[in-house]
Design a protein around this ligand. Sequence first.
Ligand code: HEM
Ligand code: 2O1
Length: 290
Amino acid sequence: IVHIAALNKDRKIDDYQRIYNKIAEKIREEDEYDGYIGYGPILVRLGWHSSGTYDKTNNSGGSYGGTYRFKLESSDPSNNGLQNAAKFLDPIYKEFNWISHGDLYTLGAVCAVQEAQGPKIPWRPGRVDLPETETPANGRLPDANNGADYVRNFYARLRMNDREAVALTGAHCLGRTHYKNSGFDGPWGAASNSFTNEFFVNLLNEQWKLEKNKSGNYQYDSPKGYMMLKTDYALIQDPSYLKIVKEFANDEASFFKEFASSFQKLLENGIDYPKGAPQYIFKTLDEQDI
Ligand code: HEM
Ligand SMILES: O=C1CCNc2c1cnc1ccccc21
């Protein structure tokens, strides 16, 4: 399968910066969402889930077609709760309906990371809405009840190596699990809306105890009320992953650098960009004194 980015000559960086600003202002405005965590984390998760269906074996899935907008994909149990992010973006799509859904979902995720004081994520437009028939089947997104071998194989399907896999999972510095969405609960203590290397620091510094929660799922809990999924904890069980976790826990700049490149790669998996395709780095609201 080939997905070629469509170059739109009429749209320049300030068209996309205007959409970025709308999303960023709405995140600021609607700050009470999910116990004052806000919409940032769930916007990051929507951008990731709409890209995480990619399969390198036949270059299928991924963010290009914006197929999350179809029932088959948005009703995937792995996507429970993401409807809140889609609803958040709806009025913005109505105002700027020249943008494709794939571009909107990924732009929303880039905006959320940057407005949470995370690294700048370079972003390229050109995704094209595909018909419902192109929607990938359910089951391509990862299952948290697994260890290191599963994590490595899962990320390999997305063309990600160990360093990219650890960096990407570092986005779990944001937000929290919600019992009704995924059958995991917490962390009550560390849910945050700031993008930092906190996730790696928690992994290394907390005492973790494997517990069976009330839905029968296993998760690691700490005395401070933090939690880790089994797929999170796998990153300190595997020697290769552990080395990278230690690097990122001790050097936030190196985590930021790796996250920026891995996240752009994740959001662009499966898309061929023609020579000269524009790449944008958006200003944060703070940088524009908004
Ligand atoms: C093995 C890989 C992964 C697994 C198994 C996994 C699993 C999960 C689960 C179960 C939740 C809780 C959902 C809920 O209950 O609302 C969650 C939340 C989240 N995930 Fe992941 N995840 C993975 C990788 C990633 C990646 C690569 C990113 C982004 C780069 C990411 C970003 C997030 C964010 C931001 C949240 C918080 C959402 C919120 O607060 O509503 N995750 N993840
Ligand atoms: O240690 C943290 C910080 C707050 N958020 C999460 C942590 C660990 N694992 C997670 C897994 C999914 C969503 C959020 C988190």
